[in-house]
Design a protein. Structure first.
Length: 249
């Protein structure tokens, strides 16, 4: 799939199939998560409906076509196919969309279509758990060659990549075994950690999802268009938010 996203896509699609579902819905920014989930669904015989943030849908035509090659239905978000999409377009004419918008549309379709469930590619604890394989692999490679890092750096959008990378190292830090310096790097156009507020907020623009305590720029925030489509999310993983708030990174 071209990214780490398959680590979680396989697990979530597997349990969806085991549950007896017909298909799943999801959002995608730059398209890596949508690609990974469409691959997993094709392998397991599930339908896959993807709402791709409009700016990335237009910027990255090959990524969306890869998803369609795997059998996924791909819709630019916000769209006129959902009530929440139409509402967002009415309030923000000409918007390039955001992950928050795409999440709202995917959730609406899942809740109104029998046999479907919504799956998320970042932010939530189960996704960070799946992605801990990144950190475990990195640590195993470093240990093999006797390398102890001083600084660990990862990009931060919703938190799956960063959370997965730092998981074994953060465990050592919390236990007082090592004192790594852990740095999250986020886009200036969507700075959840550095400009956001640590508070309960909705994970989606349409305010359909449950509240989560996290660093957030506000569920209605729509970032300026940029190439890093997967990082254009107004909030942050609750686990990473707490670690940052407590000064561990």
């Amino acid at each position: 799939s071209g990214s780490h996203k398959l680590n979680s896509a396989i697990a979530q699609a597997y349990y969806a199939k085991k549950q007896g579902l017909k298909g799943v819905t999801t959002e995608t920014g730059a398209g890596q998560w949508g690609t990974a989930l469409s691959m997993a669904c094709a392998y397991l015989g599930l339908d896959c409906k993807v709402f791709m943030v409009k700016v990335s849908y237009e910027q990255k035509p090959f990524r969306r076509e890869v998803m369609r090659t795997y059998g996924a239905d791909v819709t630019p978000s916000p769209s006129t196919t959902t009530a929440v999409g139409r509402k967002i377009l009415e309030e923000h004419p000409g918007t390039t969309g955001s992950l928050g918008c795409a999440i709202s549309e995917a959730v609406e379709v899942a809740t109104s279509t029998p046999g479907y469930r919504y799956v998320l590619g970042s932010v939530l604890n189960q996704v960070l758990l799946h992605q801990s394989v990144i950190g475990l692999e990195a640590k195993a490679a470093l240990d093999k060659y006797g390398v102890k890092p001083d600084i660990i750096i990862g990009c931060a959008g919703g938190g799956s990549n960063l959370g997965g990378l730092i998981s074994p190292f953060m465990g050592e830090k919390l236990r007082g075994e090592n004192d790594y310096r852990i740095i999250a790097v986020e886009p200036a156009s969507c700075p959840s950690f550095t400009r956001g507020k640590f508070a309960y907020d909705f994970c989606d623009t349409g305010k359909i999802c449950p509240l989560a305590k996290m660093y957030t720029l506000g569920s209605g925030f729509i970032p300026s268009p940029n190439h890093a489509g997967g990082l254009r999310f107004h909030g942050m993983s609750s686990t990473l938010s707490q670690l940052y708030h407590d000064g561990y990174m």
